[in-house]
Design a protein around this ligand. Structure first.
Ligand SMILES: *Cc1c(COP(=O)(O)O)cnc(C)c1O
Length: 361
């Protein structure tokens, strides 16, 4: 079974750990003697409630979520949070600060403008989002209701290496593509959100961590289903939650625990990324797209000497069992997404492939 799998460098949805898929497969028709699949269960049933509570507790433990912060399991994708965050949080002062460092923060910034006075606190557009602005480059408004940023820029391959200091202004952070890969001090954040399909579970689940006292100040026209308070009061079960994805997240969290939790994973993923960056930096033909000091450990963007050679690289890599290495059209070149579930061996083999290609071309 395992030997048919290829190394999938997709930016998302992306690889899930093989052990998790095997376990889900074994339980797919009859979950632990219940006589049914998790997909077929009432979300109000005792069995599913057990899965739900257990997954929440594991998530809280692994992320070290403090008292006073709620963990919500929602639908809608990370993109739904581009609207939900301003709808719920901007009412405080009518203003918010946004750092635009890539595609998804740019979309969030445009969406937020519908709901208040949005100030561009920082932008990396001047150098095509190849870097993360430094703390002293952030233009902070002390009256902002919140400061918004995206921790890891999936398309451009950059990642914030520091947590912005914003005084009393709460941080709202899109961690869709690096959640569970690095230790996070949740108490520094007002809201953290992430779509599941990069590092957590299949697509369809959106995890939100919210400081509880920030909820309840939504704009009057906030839709019921976009109100954090609705979801806090009903423990994410106002309606049917993404049951199967929540179950899958639970399995991924068990696997993560076996890797040494987030601290263990942080070492593993940093080792993988270092190996790949070192290989690219020492190659004759290849260069990294992101600037040193801003490089992402999750999405490695690079290019060769020409577009023709990039195309040849992607074609030959695909034939050799390394899939989805073509870069996003905004950046060109190549992108290797090496989320938690990408085995070290997959990165080692890709490095071998890069070195061989470098010699032969
Ligand atoms: C993939 C991604 C999104 C979009 O996620 P959806 O769940 O498809 O809405 C948003 N932000 C980041 C950082 C992403 O990587």
């Amino acid at each position: 079974m395992g030997n048919e799998r290829i190394y999938n460098f997709s930016a998302g949805p992306s690889m899930l750990p093989l052990e998790v898929l095997v376990r889900a497969g074994a339980e797919i028709t009859n979950y632990q003697g219940s006589g049914m699949s998790v997909m077929e269960m009432s979300h109000r049933s005792k069995v599913f409630d057990g899965i739900f509570q257990d997954t929440q507790a594991k998530f809280r433990r692994l992320m070290n979520v403090p008292e006073g912060w709620k963990v919500l399991f929602l639908q809608g994708g990370a993109s739904s949070q581009f609207s939900m965050a301003p709808l719920n949080l901007i009412g405080k002062t009518g203003k918010a600060d946004y750092a635009v460092t890539g595609n998804f923060s740019s979309l969030a910034y445009k969406e937020a403008k519908k709901y208040g006075e949005i100030h561009l606190a920082a932008s990396s557009e001047d150098r095509n989002h190849t870097y993360i602005p430094a703390q002293d480059q952030l233009e902070l408004d002390p009256e902002a209701s919140y400061f918004y940023y995206c921790a890891n820029n999936t398309i451009y391959g950059t990642e914030w290496q520091y947590v912005p200091e914003t005084g009393n202004v709460p941080l709202v952070c899109d961690m869709s593509s690096d959640i569970l890969s690095r230790q996070v001090d949740v108490s520094k954040y007002g809201v953290i959100f992430a779509g599941a399909q990069k590092n957590m579970a299949p697509a369809g689940l959106t995890v939100v961590i919210i400081k509880e006292d920030l909820a309840g100040r939504e704009l009057p026209f906030t839709p019921l289903m976009m109100n954090y308070k609705t979801m806090i009061d009903k423990d994410s079960m106002y309606n049917t939650p993404p049951c199967w994805c929540i179950y899958m997240l639970g399995l991924v969290l068990d696997w993560l625990e076996e890797q040494g939790g987030i601290a263990g994973m942080e070492k593993i993923k940093h080792g993988k990324a270092q190996m790949l960056y070192d290989t690219i930096d020492s190659a004759r033909l290849f260069t990294c797209a992101a600037e040193v000091g801003s490089r992402s450990d999750m999405n490695v963007t690079f290019r060769s000497a020409s577009e023709e050679l990039d195309a040849k690289f992607v074609k030959e890599a695909t034939a050799a069992g390394f899939s989805n290495l073509k870069g996003h059209r905004n950046v060109g070149g190549m992108r290797a997404s090496i989320y938690n579930a990408m085995p070290v061996e997959g990165v080692e083999k890709l490095c071998d492939f890069i070195r061989a290609f470098d010699r032969n071309n």
